[in-house]
Design a protein around this ligand. Structure first.
Ligand SMILES: NC(=O)C1=CN([C@@H]2O[C@H](COP(=O)(O)OP(=O)(O)OC[C@H]3O[C@@H](n4cnc5c(N)ncnc54)[C@H](OP(=O)(O)O)[C@@H]3O)[C@@H](O)[C@H]2O)C=CC1
Ligand SMILES: Cc1cn([C@H]2C[C@H](O)[C@@H](COP(=O)(O)OP(=O)(O)O[C@H]3O[C@@H](C)C(=O)[C@@H](O)[C@H]3O)O2)c(=O)[nH]c1=O
Length: 293
């Protein structure tokens, strides 16, 4: 049985490729050149010919700031690509698992966002992802949308690697302390996506809809940076000082939500999946990164 995974060169796609799958399950991990979400006309044919049991869409345009000036590209990959994927999977009669983001919310809620809370994205990336969610819901009724946030791993580009890179050459970093969210391991997320996909393949009546999955523990970007450097200091490494600043002291092209903490018990209720603390996953990732040096 084969599962199509898009975005295999990204953090989440690579984590899906690395995990151990049950005997008899194989993945098709096409490159962007082989399956381009920005060329939706070819997606139906690719899905139809593949004879897949399910599709996991981990491909996206994820450059949050660049999306503000490159909105057509972001919308094509994040919104129009999913229209084609959901229609093609529905026609093939197979389930689809799609990854979305905390940046669909505007950050004004007091407390954690639940699956049913109203969305109001602040930027192009969030808006294009929100449109992608709608495309999935409308196009394939057998679909699960998993919203997550602040993803990190030893692969690809992410905040942990940015902090380590900047910290290697600077004594002091300035990091925003008024945006709250939940750092999430790409590997833990991959396990969740896989569990949902496998259950949906086995059971046509498996639960569908929108789910939140994040690792346990909310923090700010500054808190996250300090956590990273505390672990590095424990390992005897030289670390920079981290100065807490406000969002207006770190201007960026895209606005980001002040609070994008995701909560909700749907995933535990419907699929029995529980998250571990992000600090546990962070230790593993830092260990892997040190071994890569
Ligand atoms: N990173 C994060 O913090 C968060 C991510 N998410 C969501 O999780 C999912 C995975 O993100 P993540 O792994 O971090 O992203 P990455 O940026 O690490 O990887 C993106 C992947 O998408 C692929 N891709 C981009 N454009 C296209 C295209 N036109 N056609 C086919 N593939 C394309 C990239 O391929 P290539 O190598 O060729 O560029 C790459 O494999 C996305 O849906 C994202 O929105 C949600 C919340 C947080
Ligand atoms: C590098 C740096 C960033 N920052 C701030 C900018 C921003 O507000 C915050 C995070 O910066 P980044 O650009 O690394 O992260 P960003 O691209 O906003 O990360 C987002 O990516 C997309 C794909 C998602 O879906 C989100 O869940 C989220 O993970 O930290 C500092 O304050 N100091 C710094 O030195």
């Amino acid at each position: 049985m084969r599962i199509l995974v898009t975005g295999g060169t990204g953090q989440v796609g690579a984590a899906l490729a690395r995990r151990t799958w049950p005997h008899g399950v194989s993945l098709d991990l096409p490159t962007r050149a082989e399956l381009d979400l920005a060329a939706p006309g070819r997606i139906a044919d690719y899905v139809e010919k593949g004879g897949y049991a399910a599709v996991i869409n981990a491909a996206a345009y994820t450059a949050v700031d660049k999306a503000e000036s490159d909105s057509l590209a972001a919308w094509t990959v994040n919104a129009i690509g999913p229209v084609a994927l959901s229609t093609a999977t529905a026609r093939a009669g197979i389930p689809m698992v799609h990854v979305s983001t905390d940046y669909v919310f505007d950050g004004t809620k007091v407390g954690a966002y639940l699956e049913e809370d109203a969305v109001r994205p602040l930027g192009v990336y969030g808006a294009s992802k929100e449109s992608g969610e709608q495309a999935i819901r409308t196009g394939n009724p057998r679909s699960a949308i998993v919203r997550t946030s602040w993803v990190f791993s030893a692969d690809g580009t992410n905040f942990v690697k940015t902090m380590l890179r900047l910290g290697a050459t600077r004594d002091r970093l300035r990091v925003v302390d008024d945006q709250h969210g939940c750092p999430t391991s790409a590997h833990d997320l991959a396990d969740v996506l896989a569990a949902i996909a496998l259950r949906m393949i086995e059971d046509p009546a498996a639960p569908v809809g929108t789910y939140h999955f994040v690792n346990d523990g909310a923090t700010t970007w500054c808190g996250f940076a300090r956590e990273i450097f505390s672990r590095e200091a424990e390992a005897g490494l030289q670390v920079p000082e981290v100065e807490a600043i406000a969002t207006h002291d770190y201007p960026t092209p895209a606005r980001r939500p002040a609070n994008s903490v995701l909560g909700g018990a749907k995933l535990a209720h419907d699929y029995g999946l529980i998250a571990r603390p992000f600090t546990d996953a962070l230790r593993e990732v830092l260990h892997d990164l040190r071994r890569q040096e």
